[in-house]
Design a protein around this ligand. Structure first.
Ligand code: HEM
Length: 426
């Protein structure tokens, strides 16, 4: 039990409205801090998002839930996001990536990577998770979605014309589209039965509800979590892809090894043949490059928790009700854990078991570890495969830094010059 006489963590609380989201917030990092955050039970530390996120994503979204509710909703989402299920969708992802490249890269000499990767990951989400083919609905959704994302980290003051107010309007429109989709998919499920239950995430969640109510989700839960997954799976993978593309332009040796691995796979395929699960398993070096990119530029730089009671940590008192903000970059760049931490070295991940627990946490850890890991891995590998086998590129901008908003953004969105390659196949 913590003693009330322990000092508060050092630092200034700042002016409330300007300080981190208006609440006293403790900033922590390092292996022990990560373990403390990821393994504490929900009666000590709960997962509670800032007010703007909660309002825009919906109060039944997974990041707001704890205990049995969290487990039930998470199990339902994982029943679609688990590898055994996603294996069936590699073809669909492959088709989206090829369509994207034909439309946005082919025939161009210069492209700006970040907005393109955002378009691509959004299209993959529409196709696989929402089951929406190209067309007007996707166009409306992407417009609302951009407004919603801007509102997520805004000050939650609901006056007309504020970013937050626009975000609220956008989220309502998106929720209505998801509800329409649910009505349509319910009818389809009634007509075609369980054989289509895994055709997309929405149908999958509806069919769990119908099979067994104890495991199922309410209508609000489905809507709030579909919107949350759209956010969780979009700004993350698109940033990872963008920074891999920048790394490949900056490091000819790493690039040559990725190209060699991917060209070998491309040469083994007949014209038009889709990538398979087995092909992805051969992309070992490319995935190490992705992991190293996630270490240096984690798309999600940290997260929020709330102290549910007075907690003693590291000789300080974290009072009940305070926010805890865990940040991963400082652990990822700690020279005692990762030798020469500023050096890009994918071979650090040759033996992942040698990395101490809670020190490499781009996807978090513990019961809330990102359930989209496999989805992100597949879309990253498929995209990099087609980009490196079809193009070479060089950077138009020499600024190698990035800003945070709060996700990582490269200078000018990463403009590059591209040159098509001769297509390889068996
Ligand atoms: C490179 C890509 C990605 C990264 C780096 C990433 C990272 C993370 C992190 C750090 C968390 C928070 C863990 C915590 O609070 O303890 C998280 C949670 C989550 N992610 Fe991801 N993510 C990625 C892609 C995805 C994708 C593609 C999806 C879905 C298709 C997804 C769905 C989720 C969900 C639903 C949660 C909440 C889990 C829970 O609260 O139990 N993520 N992710």
């Amino acid at each position: 039990k913590p003693s009330k006489r322990l000092p508060l963590p050092p630092g200034s609380l700042g002016i409330p409205i300007l300080s981190l989201f208006g609440k006293p917030t403790v900033f922590i990092h390092g292996q022990a801090a990560n373990k403390f955050v990821f393994t504490s039970d929900s009666s000590t530390i709960s997962n509670q998002q800032v007010a703007s996120l909660r309002a825009l994503l919906g109060e039944r979204n997974i990041t707001e839930l704890s205990g049995e509710d969290h487990k039930r909703v998470r199990d339902a989402l994982v029943s679609f996001l688990k590898p055994e299920c996603l294996k069936q969708y590699i073809e669909k992802m492959d088709a989206e990536v090829r369509r994207h490249i034909d439309m946005h890269w082919e025939g161009h000499q210069k492209v700006t990577v970040l907005p393109l990767m955002k378009t691509l990951t959004f299209d993959i989400i529409c196709s696989l998770l929402l089951g929406i083919e190209c067309g007007a609905r996707r166009e409306i959704l992407i417009k609302c979605f951009e407004t919603l994302v801007k509102g997520l980290w805004s000050i939650p003051i609901n006056f007309p014309f504020t970013v937050y107010n626009h975000g609220l309007q956008a989220t309502n429109r998106i929720r209505n589209i998801v509800k329409d989709l649910m009505r349509e998919k319910r009818v389809e499920l009634e007509q075609k039965g369980a054989s289509i239950s895994h055709q997309d995430l929405i149908t999958c969640l509806l069919s769990i509800g119908e099979k067994n109510n104890k495991e199922g989700m309410s209508e609000d839960e489905i809507v709030h979590n579909v919107v949350t997954i759209m956010i969780a799976g979009h700004d993350t993978s698109s940033i990872l892809l963008t920074f891999i593309i920048r790394l490949l332009a900056n490091d000819p040796t790493i690039c040559a090894s990725v190209v060699q691995e991917q060209e070998k796979i491309a040469k083994s395929k007949a014209s038009g043949e889709w990538l398979t699960w087995e092909d992805l398993a051969k992309m070992k070096y490319t995935w190490k490059v992705a992991l190293e990119t996630l270490r240096i530029v984690p798309p999600v730089f940290g997260g929020f928790r709330k102290a549910m009671k007075d907690i003693e940590y590291g000789g300080y008192l974290i009072p009940k009700g305070w926010q805890i903000f865990w940040v991963k970059s400082m652990t990822h760049m700690d020279g005692d854990i990762f030798q020469d931490p500023s050096k890009y070295d994918p071979m650090r991940f040759e033996n992942q078991a040698s990395i101490p627990a809670y020190c490499f946490i781009p996807f978090g850890a513990g019961p809330r570890i990102c359930p989209g890991y496999e989805f992100a891995r597949i879309e990253t590998l498929v995209t990099i495969h087609y980009l490196v086998t079809r193009f070479t590129w060089k950077l138009c901008c020499t600024d190698n830094g990035f800003s945070r908003d709060p996700t990582a953004i490269p200078a000018q969105g990463l403009p590059i010059q591209i040159v098509p390659k001769k297509i390889l196949q068996k």
